[in-house]
Design a binder for this molecule. Structure first.
Ligand code: FES
Length: 283
């Protein structure tokens, strides 16, 4: 809790820590979080039931997630899920009788370049097949050491939850940060000598940078000019009869208080236009 300026910000990691101890988010755990963070049980429960990483039922030793979102599904994710479900004898969000594996369909894990992917206790198993997935869960059930395709040693779901809660396990550097298909575009760019486009001062990126340092970008200046013009035109449209002069370039204060009698851009201009119209009538 001391890591956060406001105690309630500790709720998400605290729920993960709770799962690392109890294997799920229990009613008792919800009450405890509420008491420690000065929240109501309903507020904590609302968070715990909103995010799918929080589990309200007892979890197995290992959580196996099968991505069945669009890309993984068409690349074989659906077939993997079906094969695992059949092999383990369980459906979505269920746990094997021996308590070893909980199976879940999961949404896109932003690892589409390695589709179809599984996760085991939130570690990636990239580019899987139905057969490799079955071999994987058999190893997990047998208690064999399994290494994620990106290098991390698979522990238990509870141990992984403790890491997600913010407690280091000393193994953060296991495996590469990025590899394979994730770097394919970079490699092609290097081979072909492609580089990023030159920085354009009129670009959105330049505007964002200017905003960060508190400068007014050309886009902002233009936007403000547009806003001022729009306000002027709106005031003109809403003002009483003979208001075509309301489109004159006045400031917003002037628009709010109305034109002064001797303001040649206000009533005078309006009168002039009216006179012109009258004049044409005379013609
Ligand atoms: S669709 Fe599976 S990781 Fe994106």
């Amino acid at each position: 809790m001391g890591r956060y300026p406001q105690a309630r910000s500790a709720l998400l990691p605290m729920l993960h820590l709770l799962q690392s101890v109890q294997g799920q988010v229990t009613a008792e755990g919800i009450e405890l979080c509420a008491e420690l963070l000065g929240l109501t049980a309903a507020e904590v429960s609302g968070v715990a039931t909103f995010y799918t990483m929080y589990k309200r039922r007892p979890m197995g030793t290992h959580h196996v997630g099968v991505c069945t979102n669009t890309l993984c599904a068409v690349m074989g994710g659906d077939a993997i899920y079906e094969r695992l479900s059949e092999r383990l004898g369980i459906g979505n969000d269920e746990t094997t009788e021996d308590g070893a594996v909980t199976l879940e369909r999961i949404e896109c894990n932003a690892a589409c370049d390695h589709a179809p992917v599984l996760t085991v206790n939130w570690e990636f198993m990239d580019s899987q097949t139905p057969q490799s997935a079955v071999e994987l869960v058999e190893k997990l059930r047998a208690g064999e050491t399994v290494t994620a395709t990106r290098g991390a040693t698979i522990t238990s779901w509870r141990e992984a939850e403790r890491v997600v809660a913010g407690f280091e396990d000393g193994r953060v550097d296991e495996g590469p940060a990025a590899a394979g298909p994730s770097l394919a575009g970079l490699e092609i760019a290097r081979q072909r000598g492609w580089t990023a486009p030159a920085f354009d001062e009129g670009s959105d990126a330049a505007a964002a940078e200017a905003e960060q340092v508190g400068e007014e970008s050309p886009q902002q200046a233009a936007a403000e000019s547009d806003s001022g013009r729009a306000a002027t035109e709106t005031a003109a449209a809403e003002s009483p009869a003979g208001t075509r002069g309301g489109g004159s370039p006045q400031g917003e204060d002037e628009i709010a208080s109305g034109p002064s009698p001797d303001d040649s851009t206000g009533e005078t201009a309006t009168t002039g236009e009216t006179a012109d119209e009258g004049g044409s009538s005379d013609d």
